[in-house]
Design a protein around this ligand. Structure first.
Ligand SMILES: Cc1cc2nc3c(=O)[nH]c(=O)nc-3n(C[C@H](O)[C@H](O)[C@H](O)COP(=O)(O)OP(=O)(O)OC[C@H]3O[C@@H](n4cnc5c(N)ncnc54)[C@H](O)[C@@H]3O)c2cc1C
Length: 286
C-alpha cells in the first residue's frame, strides 16, 4: 500500500496491521525504491508492505463455493433471473420467467441489480464502470514476476488510486480503484475508449514506467457503491424473512466466506458473531 505519508492508505493500513498484529514493514521512499525499484518514487511516498499478502483467483473460488454448496444439496439455477418476489406471513415467493419458488427465507444479493429487486427502498447505490488492463512490460520483464513484484495499490492524489498485480503470464494487470463513470448495469459496454487507455498510460508513465508497454487485453467490470463505501448486510425492515446483502463498493470479494457465514446465521435467526451496525440499511433514509 503506497501513499503520501499523510494519505489515508498508509495510515489506515498500518493502523489495521498493528491492531491485528499482522506482519508488516513500513517503508520510506528510499526503502521502497530499493526493495521494489519498478516504482517511481519521486513524490516521496510511504508504503506498508505485508509479506503475507496474496492473490485470490475469484473464478476458482466461486467454482469451489458452488461445488461445495451442490454437495450439501443446494439446488443451483443459472440463467434464470429472479423477476420479483412476494412476501407472505411465513416466507416468500420468488418468480422467474419459467417458475416460481416458495421458501422460508430469501437472501437478496444481486450486486449491481439490487435496486431492480428492491425498487420500493430506492437505495442510494451507484454502479460504476471499472476497466482492467493487462500490459506487456517495456523492459525488466523479470522484475514483474510474482516473486519480485508485489500486489500493490497506490494513492497518487487525495482521492485517486490505481492498483496492480505481478505478471502471472498474461501481462501486468493494472486498474484504477474508482474514477469510472456511472453506468446502467444492463447497458455496460466491454469496449474501452482511447481516452480511458490514455488515462491509465499517463499514470503508468508517471509511477510504473516499465509496465507501460503493449496493451495485451482489457476487461470491463462494475463496482456497486454505497455513499459511505460500506457494505449492506441487514434484514429487510418490513420483512424479516428477507436478508439484503451487498458486499459492495469494490472491496467485498475477499469477505465472501465470512459474509456467507453471517448470512447463514441471520437466516437461521442466530445472533451474528460480529457487530453489523456499520452495514445497516437504516443509515440510508428511506
Ligand atoms: C474490477 C473489480 C475489481 C475488484 N477487486 C476486488 C478486490 O481486489 N478485492 C475485493 O475484496 N473485492 C474486489 N472487487 C469487488 C467484488 O467483486 C464485489 O465486492 C463482490 O463481487 C460483490 O459481491 P455481490 O455478491 O454483492 O455481487 P456480485 O458478485 O456482482 O454477484 C451478484 C450476482 O447476482 C446475479 N444477479 C443479478 N440480478 C439477478 C437476478 N435478478 N436474479 C438472479 N441473479 C441475479 C448476478 O448475475 C451476479 O452473479 C472488485 C470488483 C471489480 C469490478
Amino acid at each position: 500500500m503506497i501513499s503520501p505519508p499523510d494519505g489515508a492508505l498508509v495510515s489506515g493500513a498500518s493502523r489495521s496491521a498493528e491492531q491485528h498484529s499482522l506482519a508488516h514493514e513500513i517503508l520510506n521512499s528510499t526503502n521502497l525504491a530499493q526493495k521494489f525499484p519498478m516504482f517511481k518514487v519521486e513524490d516521496d511516498p510511504m508504503a506498508v508492505w505485508e509479506p503475507r499478502a496474496g492473490i485470490l483467483f475469484p473464478e476458482r473460488a466461486i467454482q469451489t463455493h458452488l461445488e461445495l454448496a451442490a454437495k450439501l444439496g443446494v439446488l443451483l439455477q443459472f440463467n434464470n433471473p429472479v423477476r420479483k418476489w412476494e412476501p407472505f406471513s411465513k416466507g416468500v415467493r420468488v418468480f422467474t420467467d419459467a417458475n416460481s419458488y416458495t421458501a422460508n427465507h430469501l437472501v437478496l444479493s444481486p450486486g449491481a441489480w439490487m435496486n431492480s429487486l428492491l425498487p420500493a427502498r430506492r437505495l442510494p447505490l451507484t454502479v460504476e464502470r471499472q476497466v482492467l488492463y493487462w500490459f506487456k512490460p517495456v523492459s525488466h520483464m523479470e522484475s514483474f514476476a510474482p516473486d519480485r513484484f508485489p500486489i500493490f495499490i497506490r494513492q497518487y492524489a487525495s482521492d485517486r488510486f490505481f492498483y496492480g498485480f505481478p505478471d502471472l503470464g498474461d501481462g501486468v494487470k493494472v486498474a484504477f480503484h474508482h474514477q469510472g463513470g456511472r453506468i446502467d448495469p444492463d447497458a455496460s459496454s466491454q469496449e474501452v475508449a482511447p481516452h480511458e487507455i490514455d488515462e491509465i498510460r499517463n499514470v503508468l508513465s508517471e509511477y510504473l514506467p516499465d509496465a507501460n508497454g503493449d496493451l495485451l487485453s482489457t476487461a470491463v467490470c462494475k463496482y456497486t457503491n454505497t455513499p459511505d463505501e460500506h457494505f449492506i448486510l441487514d434484514y429487510h425492515p418490513e420483512f424479516p424473512q428477507i436478508v439484503v446483502a451487498s458486499p459492495c463498493s469494490g472491496h467485498g470479494f475477499k469477505f465472501s466466506p465470512v459474509i456467507g457465514e453471517i448470512i447463514a446465521e441471520m437466516v437461521h435467526g442466530k445472533r451474528p458473531q460480529f457487530d453489523l451496525d456499520l452495514f445497516k440499511l437504516s443509515r440510508f433514509s428511506p
